[in-house]
Ligand binder design. Structure first.
Ligand code: SF4
Length: 370
């Protein structure tokens, strides 16, 4: 089974920390959507697998699309692929886009999961991040979704934010837990050079949190969410029982996916392709791509990277059968020091990082690369 991704690269306002590809020219949306229909038809053979398990609208801000345009894209995908077993169709949304009217429209689409960019329940932090919504709007949007019958809601929150006191993260986590959403993604605020936040750091207006504070925040997030009944199943992701994100899990399991839209990435198992056109070029039908073929080493490294970010870790039997026993022994040799420190565990043919140590996953992963 494969996955399908639609990238909507539009934002009405640019968040302080964001370095994703996005544009503010929302008047281009109709033409870009038409381009997406064309691209979908033109690239239908990119996937070897015809059956789609999940569809995801990401961005940017997919909730800027009128619901009927969302449904047209889904319907078109279902004409081209076998979507009879699609279990999850997610829309990323900004809380302030989820008006009564928008949700009423959404109920007539096949979207069955909403991923809300909440980030914080502290208005001071939201203003610092230049988000469009307030904490109250975020809570109202969840209540509206519930009232409309949505029973699979995810929210994003950001930790590791300096300058707002010791309790703002605790308050945000308490609010998140009180909403009783099915899924929570928690990301550390990162400073990317080409962002407003990067500029603030260069001008001395923002001092990123220390490593100790990062670790404290990370553990606070884990402690509070696990105590509230969430499973910490991937470095940045927590789910109630049975509510893991299927689409994102497909990425981590190395499943094929087709990405449609300006800036979208695709993966066919042995090839990675990404669209380099700007939204304007894309709207004019000028779709250009770059791609790379993955060698066996690239493939293995990718497997090591994605699997070690999950609770399940590396399946050593899979490495033996898909690659060879030598690779398995090499990985175990490189893992020795980490295992002695308790940062890696080797149990039942699985090499995994205990969730408490996920903070170290980047260093562990790099050391296990072929
Ligand atoms: S809404 Fe999302 S994509 Fe748009 S600027 Fe903010 S973080 Fe970036």
């Amino acid at each position: 089974m494969a996955a399908l991704y639609f990238h909507i690269p539009f934002c009405k306002r640019i968040c302080t920390y964001c370095d994703f590809y996005k544009v503010g020219a929302i008047e281009l949306i109709p033409k870009v959507v038409e381009g997406m229909h064309k691209e979908l038809e033109g690239r239908v053979n990119y996937l070897k697998e015809r059956r789609i398990a999940s569809i995801y609208f990401g961005g940017g801000t997919p909730s800027l699309l009128p619901p009927e345009q969302i449904e047209r894209l889904i319907a078109h995908a279902c004409e081209l692929f076998d979507c009879s077993e699609v279990g999850e169709i997610t829309l990323e949304a900004n809380p302030d886009d989820l008006t009564e009217e928008f949700i009423e429209g959404l109920r007539h689409t096949s979207i069955n999961r909403i991923s809300l960019g909440v980030q914080s329940f502290d208005d001071r932090v939201l203003r610092f991040m230049n988000r469009r919504h307030t904490a109250a709007e975020a809570k109202e949007s969840v209540a509206r979704l519930r009232k409309a019958g949505y029973d699979n809601i995810s929210i994003d929150i950001i930790f590791g934010v300096a300058g707002f006191g010791d309790y703002q993260l605790v308050d945000t986590l308490n609010e998140a837990v009180a909403l009783d959403v099915e899924h929570i993604s928690a990301y550390h605020l990162t400073v990317e050079e080409r962002t407003r936040l990067g500029l603030m750091v260069r001008k001395g207006e923002y001092q990123p949190v220390s490593e100790e504070r990062s670790e404290e925040d990370y553990r606070l997030v884990e402690d509070m969410l696990v105590a509230a009944g969430y499973e910490h199943y991937e470095v940045s992701n927590y789910a109630k029982a049975g509510c893991r994100a299927k689409h994102n899990s497909a990425y981590w399991q190395g499943v094929e996916y087709l990405g449609i839209g300006a800036g979208a990435h695709s993966f066919s198992g042995d090839n990675r392709t990404w669209c380099i056109s700007t939204a304007k070029e894309y709207a004019e039908g000028d779709m250009r791509y770059e791609s790379e073929e993955l060698s066996s080493v690239d493939h293995l490294n990718e497997y090591v990277m994605t699997s070690l970010r999950t609770k399940e870790g590396i399946d050593l039997e899979y490495v033996k059968s898909r690659y060879n026993e030598g690779e398995c022994l090499r990985i175990l040799e490189s893992a020795k020091g980490w295992i002695e420190r308790g940062v890696l565990r080797n149990e039942y043919s699985r090499l995994y990082i205990p969730t408490r140590e996920f903070m170290l996953s980047d260093a562990v992963i790099e050391s296990l690369f072929a």
